[in-house]
Design a protein around this ligand. Structure first.
Ligand code: C2O
Ligand code: CU
Length: 471
């Protein structure tokens, strides 16, 4: 029932998995070699100093960049006081590099190192994070960009914008939040930060435009863009008239954001790395684990890029500066957020990104349920560890019927594959609104032991996860 098989409960004598087999680059294949240190550190979030855990000395951690087809060879040096791993979210990689402890690798012990070797086949915007407990809700995340070799020069500039809901080091750790939610030791000690029991109202307060239901289980003291609070925001610079690609990543644990750029409309060009028929909008929703690429042509001046947490009070903000001028006031409301906010499932694939339609050979069901008291989230009637793994068949077109039987929205994520919505739109994470069913199809063409789970990391840790296996 843990995101790792090993983080909280003593491991049920799982047999060691051993080191991953070495991956040798193919003739002529480029190899990107990097090392990352996961460690305790002190961060300045912009007037707020926090003791937290991060990759190196920043959250987001260092941008990792390669070109489609490259091999990545990344060494993780674990200087944390706990086991950890890295999961390369969204990459269709070989199973042994997927970063799920107890399933694809042994956990990386404190003081130990582990090398991930895999080929990244598809261009796009990705990120990486641990797959242990609720470590994602600390500062352990960083963007991963896979460039498309066929599109140099399409933009004048590019920015990576990472959204986050932040609590670590501000008086409560994510582990304490989880303990509070599950009613364990320490319950009642952190009520100032918790909004967990306030269900049934929060959700529609902010927008009321989409059936997202309840807003999440945790109310955060800070919402961040690129690791900064609105009081001292990240400043992104370019020239007026320039065409910029913004790669947006929601690394939050429990928060759906609506994003808008003051004075501009944004054209969505990709979701989870896959091209879409361009749609121009004032604002868009981005769920936990989702990524969107948008392009904008910049005006002259200073503009707020705002991420409003769905159903929660507060804002994340960055500033875009193309000329002189005063920064807009922190609380200035943004007209762009008052209108219609684009929802990802409204997008359509391009001819080249679409999954060819085909009748599925195999049907699998994911029945999503859960409750606050006691705090348990389940797939197919039981939390992870007690539910039965789905047994897939290699080479089949597989349909996952994801039925949300709750009053919350769940961002459902599949490891090692991309799935397609009924219109062919490819993604690896999709928001499933309350009491809705979404069918997604994918080809079982990457054998291994994989995971599907809710990317609300508290839900995943409380059981909303299932294994899918095939050889
Ligand atoms: Cu980003 Cu298993 O997830
Ligand atoms: Cu969920």
């Amino acid at each position: 029932m843990a995101l790792s098989a090993c983080s909280k409960s003593p491991s049920p004598a799982s047999s060691p998995i051993g080191p991953a087999p070495t991956l040798n680059p193919a003739p002529g294949q480029n190899v990107v070699t990097k090392s990352l240190v996961a460690k305790p550190t002190t961060l300045d979030l912009g007037g707020v100093m926090v003791d937290t855990w991060a990759y190196g000395d920043a959250a987001p951690g260092p941008l990792l960049r390669a070109t489609a087809g490259d091999m990545l060879r990344i060494t993780l040096d674990n200087q944390l006081p706990e086991d950890t791993t890295i999961h390369w979210h969204g990459i269709r990689l070989r199973n042994v590099a997927d970063g799920v402890p107890g399933q694809t690798q042994d956990p990386v012990r404190p003081g130990a190192a582990y090398t991930y070797e895999f080929t990244a086949p598809d261009p796009g915007t990705y990120f990486f994070h641990p797959h242990v407990g609720v470590q994602l809700d600390r500062g352990l995340y960083a963007p991963l960009i896979i460039d498309d070799p066929s599109e140099p020069g399409r933009y004048d500039a590019e920015w990576v914008v990472v959204l986050d809901d932040w609590i670590d080091g501000t008086g409560t750790t994510p582990d304490e939040v989880f303990t509070d939610l599950t009613g364990g030791q320490g319950a009642g000690m952190h009520h100032g930060n918790m909004g967990g029991m306030d269900h049934g109202s929060g959700g529609m307060a902010m927008s009321g435009k989409l059936p997202f239901g309840d807003a999440g289980d945790v109310v955060y003291p800070h919402y961040l863009i690129n690791g900064r609070t609105p009081a001292d925001p990240d400043v992104l610079r370019a020239k007026p008239g320039q065409r910029v690609r913004i790669r947006m990543i929601n690394a939050g644990a429990d928060t759906i954001f609506a994003v808008a750029l003051g004075g501009h409309r944004m054209t969505v060009t990709a979701t989870d790395g896959w091209a879409v028929e361009p749609v121009t909008t004032d604002a868009l929703y981005i769920g936990m684990g989702e990524r969107y690429d948008v392009e904008v042509t910049l005006g002259d001046g200073v503009f707020p890029l705002v991420a409003a947490p769905f159903g929660k009070a507060g804002r994340a903000r960055a500033l875009i500066r193309t000329g002189p001028g005063q920064a807009p006031a922190v609380d200035a409301s943004l007209a762009e957020l008052d209108g219609r906010v684009l929802f990802g499932t409204e997008l359509r694939p391009t001819e080249s990104s679409r999954l060819d339609p085909k009748d599925p050979d195999d049907h699998q069901m994911l029945h999503l349920a859960g409750q606050m008291q006691p705090y348990v989230w389940t797939i197919n009637g039981k939390p992870f560890g007690k539910n039965s793994p789905l047994s897939l068949t290699r080479g089949t077109r597989t349909r996952l019927q994801m039925m949300n039987m709750t009053m919350m929205t769940h961002p459902m994520h599949l490891h090692g594959h991309t799935f397609a919505l009924p219109n062919g739109l490819r993604e690896d994470t999709v928001l499933i609104p309350p009491m809705r069913t979404i069918d997604v199809d994918f080809d079982a063409d990457n054998p291994g032991d994989w995971m599907a789970h809710c990317h609300n990391i508290y839900h995943a840790e409380a059981g909303m996860m299932i294994a899918l296996n095939y050889a």
